[in-house]
Write a protein that binds this ligand. Structure first.
Ligand SMILES: [Zn+2]
Length: 338
């Protein structure tokens, strides 16, 4: 089969790789329906994370079950399945507590920009749809496997509820999905920090009520102006930079909550400042598996369409162009079709 391999920053190649095989009785192998490039794939691509030796890339996938190990009883070949970037047995104590992305047997997926993928702990990780969904639904279901699940977690962690005011920091795919999540959870006011016109339009289509283009101190000032001088009850940090985290913490009101779901890079939080702010802080890799049945249902009943975050579609063999387009901000998120 063929798949994407990173050799060095800026160097993604589409290569022939070994076909994935069942290695453990709990594995499955799926044939990829669609996959994509994640904002977090850009960290090694830009050299912000070490690449090491050449290795496959990708952690987002939906596909068709091709083969299952002897211990996998809930899945059969041909089924359409949605998973998560973190595998989970869905039976251990952390899974039962709803934190499947901290499963005691967790593995992070990293080979998904390929024609076939081995899925460890398939029975706990994968959710099969009742029927094969229409092709036009695939991008939205793919979004559910990562960015939509992560946006939902941001809203959960920031305690968005009916009537609440939410600030979303970040207008990438996760930030835009966080807008969908805040809306679905009943937020009355959704303020999105964005400087890109096309992303502002999509944020509004997803339910944003206000856009703030300012950043830094001016951005914080503007949020305060819009929230009665005190800040918002819920702030969804969807970037992972020091600037975004500072923006988020200073946009929350005393007693408010910040959900941070952007993978932190050089983020430090001052203990004294946090102590006196009365702001709650929770983040981490999204427990996507917890949300899958509900989010799949919202997509299939056409309540939400997070597939709209994909603004570039390429054949999988042009995966390198997907990275380039996202790196140069010509695309929010690139969809790849095998
Ligand atoms: Zn577990």
């Amino acid at each position: 089969m063929r798949g994407a391999v990173i050799h060095a920053p800026g160097d993604i190649r589409f290569e022939t790789l070994d076909d994935p095989k069942i290695l453990h009785p709990t594995d499955a192998v799926i044939r990829t329906a669609v996959t994509c490039v994640c904002g977090s794939d850009l960290w090694p691509y830009r050299g912000a994370e070490p690449v090491g030796g050449p290795h496959p890339m990708g952690h987002e996938y939906v596909g068709f079950v091709e083969e299952v190990g002897s211990a996998v009883t809930s899945l059969t070949p041909g089924q359409f399945v949605v998973g998560s970037f973190a595998t989970s047995d869905n039976t251990c104590a952390n899974c039962r507590n709803g934190f499947q992305s901290n499963c005691l047997h967790r593995e992070f997926m990293s080979t998904c920009q390929a024609e076939y993928v081995r899925i460890p702990h398939a029975q706990g990780t994968l959710v099969a749809t009742e029927e094969v969904p229409e092709r036009e639904m695939w991008p939205a279901l793919l979004a559910v496997s990562d960015v939509m699940g992560t946006g939902w977690w941001a809203a959960d962690a920031a305690e968005v509820g009916p009537g609440s005011t939410a600030v979303v920091v970040g207008d990438g795919a996760v930030g835009l999905c966080a807008v969908i999540a805040a809306k679905e959870k009943g937020a009355e006011r959704i303020i999105v920090m964005s400087r890109h016109e096309s992303r502002q339009r999509l944020a509004r289509a997803f339910g944003a009520t206000d856009i703030v283009a300012e950043r830094g101190e001016e951005g914080i000032e503007r949020i305060k102006e819009l929230t009665g001088g005190i800040g918002a009850g819920s702030v969804l940090e969807c970037v992972g930079t020091a600037e975004a985290m500072r923006q988020a913490l200073h946009s929350a009101r005393p007693g408010g909550s910040v959900g941070f779901v952007g993978v932190p890079h050089d983020v430090a939080v001052d203990g004294q400042e946090l102590f006196f702010s009365h702001v709650g802080l929770r983040g981490g890799p999204a427990p996507v598996r917890r949300y899958l049945p509900d989010l799949i249902d919202r997509v299939l009943t056409r309540r939400i369409d997070p597939g709209r975050v994909f603004d570039l579609t390429l054949p999988l063999e042009q995966v390198a162009e997907g990275y380039r387009a996202m790196d140069e901000r010509r695309a929010v998120k690139a969809l790849l079709t095998p």
